[in-house]
Write a protein that binds this ligand. Structure first.
Ligand SMILES: Nc1ncnc2c1ncn2[C@@H]1O[C@H](COP(=O)(O)OP(=O)(O)OP(=O)(O)O)[C@@H](O)[C@H]1O
Ligand SMILES: [Mg+2]
Length: 386
């Protein structure tokens, strides 16, 4: 618009955009002395010279506005600007009217010429392309956002399916009159844990959507902690004809965010279950390597094809699953990284290296002590996402 002003030698310029929903022209951009006051002004089709250019779909040139009946002085009155001459031309694209480009007051007490009018028409063509591009970009960004939101929503549902199934199972057991008091206590505790996990997941999801994820690390007896997770998992996996094996070589305390690491294991187990539609074995193991502890998650499933192995940790990378969102391993990667750890995958599909057995192992390695410090006492927050 500044270029337009300079090119035709005008004191001011403005662009009004046409809004089909109210059939009016809204001044969105303006340059010149009273540009701020003029922004936001709206005109009906046919109102003033600007409206005339839109309604007649042609360039309108008025040398002395005060003598022209089409001129609408209300904007001048409002902005305390003295309009003398106007040149206005419609901005059009294939889909129709986009708006109007208008220049006001030829500098040096002159009037706009025919060649100014042609120049303005060319500039209006350029403006039309720019407006159309901006709108297309806006639409693309909007649809990107919507598809991310959709993916997030399906992931939330996906992540909540497991705890809900587990809770339902325990509630059934609680309702059984033959269940002993001791068992009731156990089930009630397990339900509480699941609900807590459920709520934390919801919180995590929201934080993830906002791009702010924090760790709340504490010192955890790894053996006991994993056993309690295994109890819940076993119930779920047995139904899918999957045997859960554990081998906890490393016994001791490690610094971790219990809820987030629990989600890592739950996500891994859910992937393993998907990879073993006919049942199999899922093994959780631990080991110590220097000042790191290792968590191994192994399944006897169909394995990950070579060409997919490098992609599985990418956000939204999912292969052949009806309701897969591809968020699982991306979040796992983030959480492990947040613990100052790393994750690697070893997998084998049938036929690869003449192998008759297939399966996948994920090995997570993380520092035993709290990242950045040798020791600490209470639960604390550690940011892990920029
Ligand atoms: N244990 C496994 N065995 C075989 N393939 C796996 C295993 N774990 C992950 N994959 C592959 O990695 C892909 C990405 O996993 P990820 O957990 O990120 O997403 P997803 O499981 O497809 O979706 P969601 O977690 O939302 O259900 C999976 O689609 C699958 O192809
Ligand atoms: Mg998954």
């Amino acid at each position: 618009m500044h270029e337009t002003e300079a090119a035709v030698g005008a004191e001011a310029a403005c662009i009004a955009l046409y809004d089909a929903s109210d059939n009016r022209l809204h001044i969105k951009f303006a340059s010149g002395e009273k540009s701020e006051a003029v922004k936001g002004v709206s005109l009906a089709m046919g109102q003033g010279i600007l409206g005339e250019a839109a309604a007649t779909n042609s360039t309108v040139r008025v040398d002395a506005v005060q003598e022209d009946s089409r001129f609408d002085g209300s904007v001048d009155k409002k902005t305390k600007f003295a309009t003398r001459s106007i040149l206005a031309t419609p901005i059009r694209r294939r889909q129709g009217l986009l708006g109007v480009l208008e220049v006001i007051n030829k500098r040096g007490e002159l009037v706009f010429s025919e060649s100014d009018a042609r120049l303005l028409e060319i500039l209006a063509g350029q403006a039309g392309i720019a407006i159309e591009n901006a709108r297309l970009l806006e639409r693309t960004l909007q649809s990107d956002r919507l598809s991310t939101v959709g993916k997030m929503a399906s992931s939330i549902i996906h992540d909540f399916k497991t705890p809900l199934t587990v809770i339902q199972g325990f509630v059934d057991l609680l309702g059984n009159p033959n269940t002993s008091e001791e068992k009731r206590q156990t089930y009630s505790k397990l339900i509480q844990d699941e609900v807590k996990g459920f709520l934390t997941s919801a919180q995590d999801m929201l934080q993830y959507a906002r791009g702010e994820t924090r760790l709340s690390v504490e010192e955890v007896e790894i053996d006991t902690w994993l056993n309690s997770i295994a109890d819940v998992l076993r119930m779920n996996l047995t139904k899918a004809n999957i045997e859960l094996k554990t081998g906890f070589e490393f016994k001791g305390k490690v610094w971790l965010d219990q809820e987030k690491m629990r989600r890592v294991i739950m996500n891994m187990a859910s992937n393993a279950r998907d990879a073993m539609p006919d049942g199999g074995t899922f093994t959780i193991s631990t080991a110590q390597k220097g000042n790191h502890w290792q968590l191994g998650l192994h399944d006897t499933g169909f394995g990950i094809p070579v060409e997919q192995r490098s992609k599985i940790f990418e956000l939204f990378a999912t292969f052949g699953k009806q309701n897969g969102t591809g968020l699982g391993l991306a979040m796992v990667g983030d959480i492990v990284e947040g613990h100052g750890g790393s994750i690697r995958v070893e997998s084998c599909v049938v036929g690869e290296n003449d192998n008759t057995n297939s399966g996948t192992s994920f090995i997570i390695s993380a520092p035993i002590s709290r990242p950045g410090t040798a020791s600490g006492k209470s639960s604390s927050e550690a940011g892990y996402r920029d």
